[in-house]
Design a protein around this ligand. Sequence first.
Ligand code: ADP
Length: 175
Amino acid sequence: MNTILHGIELECMKGDIAKQPDMEAVVNAANAELMMGGGVAGALHRAAGPELAEAGAPMAPIKPGEAVLTEGFRLPNDVVIHCLGPVYGKDKPESELLQACYWNALRQAEENNIKSIAFPSISTGAFGYPVEEAAPAAMEEIAAQSRNLEQVEKIRFVLFSSQDLKEYEKALSRL
Ligand code: ADP
């Protein structure tokens, strides 16, 4: 599903965040230590190689809502923007911290002249954020920021399951 909002192309698709060769940046649903993990972090670190964790180490730990940038190493992308999402029920207020991830990731992209960026569904795996709440929060933040973007031209959500894709498409269609 594709939509143009304030001149920015917004897209939702099912797929693997580590296999997005046409995007300049991919976002990692990172852990605070910026280390290899499960889910998204596992897939990105495996594909990028051990240099990704070495590059992140001097910037760790990061706090919920923060985003930091490294190069992509063996990934097909120039850069990885690492975001620490909130743990649902622990890091509060959850929706503000989740939206801060998207805001900070887009700010990093803008500062680094990045034209295309792919996001996973931050916090909805190991961090337990219900996808039906996370999807509209993410999409509303992207929509709010889209009018301020000068470098980014394309934003893609890469969802792992059909159910998650449905939630993000629903949120996108409600913008
Ligand atoms: P968090 O710790 O922020 O919750 P996870 O990586 O555990 O992050 O999960 C976030 C979401 O990403 C979940 O919906 C999960 O199913 C999905 N996911 C897991 N692996 C991948 C992948 N390779 N590409 C895209 N999405 C993925």
